[in-house]
Each structure stands twice: as C-alpha cells, then as structure tokens.
Design a protein. Structure first.
Length: 95
C-alpha cells in the first residue's frame, strides 16, 4: 500500500464521497503532522443505526486512511440530530 499524507481535507473529501455526508468537520489533533484526527460527520446513512453501526460505517469508509494514522475519533450524526445540536449548543470542533 502506498503511503500518502492524510490531511483534514483528504478525510473530509473521502467522507463526503463515500458516506454522502452533508456536513463534515475534521480537525488535526496532532499539531499538523497528520497522525491524529477528530471529526463530526453528518450523513443520512446514519439514520436508524445505533452508534456502533455508525462508527463501523465510518471506519469501513476510511479503512485505508485510518490504517495510516495513529488516532481517530468521530461523532456520527443524522442531519436531524445535527440541526437539534446546532440549536442547543455550539459545534464542538468550531466552524
């Protein structure tokens, strides 16, 4: 497997393409070296699925990327959950 630099943008693009995500926030937690990321992912693909299934979908979609980084954390929300959260508080990753 060829190793490529994983970036916030490359993860965001992959999630939008592979999970039809309507909103994605990715933050590099490693100080720019691309080894630890956290994300908020909003997708209709998560509807009706418990948290574990949502995370498994994300991990499968980012299998190659996750294999190249040290740490990965994601919050997986449906569009309805995201709208409720935006009304009740500020997004956790900032915009």
């Amino acid at each position: 497997m060829a190793t490529t630099q994983i970036t916030e943008a490359s993860i965001r693009e992959a999630l939008i393409e592979r999970l039809k995500a309507s909103h994605v926030e990715v933050q590099d937690q490693s100080g720019g070296c691309g080894q630890a990321f956290t994300a908020v992912i909003v997708s209709t693909e998560f509807a009706g699925k418990p948290s574990l299934r949502r995370h498994r979908l994300v991990n499968a979609a980012l299998k190659d990327e996750i294999a190249q980084i040290h740490a990965w954390s994601a919050r997986c929300l449906t569009p309805e959950e995201w709208e409720r959260e935006k009304l009740s508080s500020e997004p956790r990753l900032g915009s």
